[in-house]
Ligand binder design. Structure first.
Ligand SMILES: [Ca+2]
Length: 363
């Protein structure tokens, strides 16, 4: 166990005695009792993260790696509070629920997201058009991601990011490594943006603003798309629109290439073996065809593909051919349910827009 380094100087620490302390032996004994009582509490019950040895080790690591002032990090982390809601929300249910594609899909393919998406598209048409032109990603995919992530900015999360990330970094061992890196990225981001690390808020998992980027993604992929000299994911979606397009581009989005299409499996096809090949599109159209997998109309797959199965209990499994762009959407959120919801919502928006345009022409 690492001992607390002397740089820590929280006035709230009960064991601390000032020089020339004049307290009576009895009071000193009380103080020792209080401090041993504190030590016997679960660490998460302690008020401040800065009081924890692993946090102090983390502070020293960051100070060394990025030339931070340890006292500044210590001050910031002494403001971070353990949030039990964060742990509750990140913890997978003890009994694994039944995965249902139709349940998942119905959360995103609803009138709120479709009508909201059309309004968002109209309002930000010029920005979406510019992002689409600059990065080669269709407007409807950008709109759809913002819709799925935050209902067009309505639902960006009310968790204090510093406390959420400290809670996950120090009190959620299964993903501590990931969230320590995000906490590190938050400190770097705050320094780069000249902001107090405690001034950010977002999802329970540390995702921020319209696009729900984690701090590390903001540092790597955020684009100042309104060119006002700073990244702003909260006030309006302009930077988010550019950043999502750039993120997808940087992860290999192929302009004008297909995302996914429904697959047909010939009777007796061993879908499971093909699905086991993974989410990256590595199966050739010839190989898929020889295994009995084609597009719905019997054509071979359009390109290298992955076979995606979308299961719903009590219903027939949907099979899809996922192409490179489908894989790229899973880089935003590593789930084929997520990527398919983004794609379907984007398609619904694209078709609605087409219909609206045709109607407008007829008038
Ligand atoms: Ca900006």
């Amino acid at each position: 166990m690492t001992l607390r380094t002397p740089l820590h100087a929280s006035p709230a620490t009960p064991t601390r005695t000032a020089p020339g302390d004049t307290t009576t032996p009895l009071r000193r004994l009380a103080s020792v009792l209080v401090s041993s009582l504190l030590l016997s509490l679960p660490v998460s019950a302690l008020a401040s993260y800065a009081d924890r040895p692993e946090t102090q080790a983390f502070i020293m690591e960051l100070a060394e790696r990025h030339a931070f002032d340890p006292a500044e990090l210590d001050r910031a982390l002494s403001q971070a509070r353990h949030d039990p809601d964060v742990i509750r929300l990140i913890t997978p249910p003890a009994r694994k629920g039944v995965r249902s594609w139709q349940n998942y899909r119905s959360r995103f393919l609803d009138s709120t997201r479709i009508n909201g998406g059309m309004a968002f598209w109209r309002e930000h048409a010029a920005t979406l058009e510019r992002a689409s032109r600059e990065f080669g990603v269709p407007a409807e995919i950008i709109v759809s991601i913002i819709g799925v992530e935050t209902i067009y900015g309505r639902n960006t999360g009310n968790f204090e990011t510093l406390s959420a990330l400290a809670t996950l970094a120090f009190d959620y061992p299964p993903r501590a490594e990931l969230f320590r890196r995000e906490l590190e990225a938050l400190f770097l981001l705050a320094r780069e943006q000249g902001r107090d690390p405690a001034s950010y808020s977002g999802s329970f998992a540390g995702a921020l603003g319209y696009p729900q980027f984690l701090p590390s993604s903001i540092r790597a992929y955020a684009v100042d798309f309104d060119r006002d000299g700073r990244i702003d994911f909260d006030a309006d979606p302009i930077d988010a629109i550019g950043s999502i397009a750039y993120y997808l581009r940087a992860h290999g989005w192929q302009t004008d290439a297909p995302v996914a299409e429904r697959a047909r499996l010939a009777p007796g096809t061993d879908g499971d073996a093909l699905i086991a090949a993974g989410i990256e599109p590595r199966l050739t159209p010839e190989h898929l065809a020889s295994e009995g997998v084609t597009a719905l109309d019997g054509r071979p797959a359009a390109d290298l593909a992955t076979l995606v199965d979308l299961e719903t209990p009590g219903a027939e499994t949907e099979y899809w051919l996922g192409y490179r762009n489908f894989y790229v959407i899973t880089r935003y959120n590593r789930s084929s349910f997520y990527a398919m919801s983004v794609f379907e919502l984007a398609e619904a928006l694209r078709l609605r827009k087409l219909v609206d345009e045709i109607r407008a022409e007829r008038r």
